[in-house]
Design a protein around this ligand. Sequence first.
Ligand code: F6P
Length: 343
Amino acid sequence: MKKIAVLTGGGDAPGLNAAIRAVVTKSCRNGWQVMAVKNGWAGMVNGELSELPLESVEDIEMQGGTILGTSRTNPYKVENGPECVKETLKKFGIDALIAIGGEDTLGVAHKLTQEGVAIVAIPKTIDNDLSETEVCIGFDTAVTRAAESVEKLHTTAKSHSRALVVEIMGRHAGWITLYAGIAGGAHVILIPEVPFSIDEVARVVNERKANGKSYTIVAVSEGAKFSEQEKFATQTEELDSFGHVRLGGVAKVLAKEIEESTGVEARSVVLGHVQRSGPATAMDRVMATRLGASAVELVEKGEYGKMVSVKGGEITSVDVGLAVGKLKTVSPELYEMAKVFFG
Ligand code: F6P
């Protein structure tokens, strides 16, 4: 009987539980045993595994978060981390590991694969910035949540004749902001891929005012930068074990600048973790289910070092190294299309 371990790493995302349910259900129906790894790579380093029977995944596709727990632990930053991971696999008699995560988690999966560990990867990140896949688990839900908020903010902005600057997650990729900004009717959308100047934003606010629209909604990515500035707005300069700073604060700075340069009262709104909280959308649940089931098929065929991915709406697979080699960011063409609707 094959023994498969499954882990979720990095920031949690709606849809993870649907993927876990798919992995467990398909594996168990194949007569295999599935082990739950607690809190991502931390559980592999510390040997925290327990059985994940079929009954334990009943109805979990409707729950947000991850029943396995998650962490941002990087085994390559822990003393003897990779050796501990291999020791854990041996101790529990694991034949294959399914790692569900984003750039960081799957970057570790790629390195371990090169060291001979049998891993299949599943793409998950609300940021949607993994290469070689059109879709990552969690993105659709994050966009839906953020778009609802951007849309709702119109009524208060209009009532008070204010500019509202909404800060949206996504780290160094503007996918959530762009999609939520388009869907939620933002009048300006600012993303990390295209540095912006305060003059451009002020021009839109002033033009709207001149046209009798005294309110403006600005959707800004947490990783967006003023063209005059070198640095991102950060909550802390401290780096996590994957070398990332915690972004945040750009909306507050921008709201102040808008108020000063246009005279329009401005406020900032930080959507924060609500974007990845709560149950997944139906689209995320279905996509996560398809990706989870396909990952088990790759294990069945012994195709390790691969990530299941979505291309042209179909599930396929790619080398995990290709997915993590380069961030997938918003193209200039797509941003230009969105700019037509500014103002
Ligand atoms: O990568 C997902 C993400 O939600 C980013 O959009 C955001 O910058 C980061 O995680 C927040 O991390 P944490 O949950 O550690 O605060």
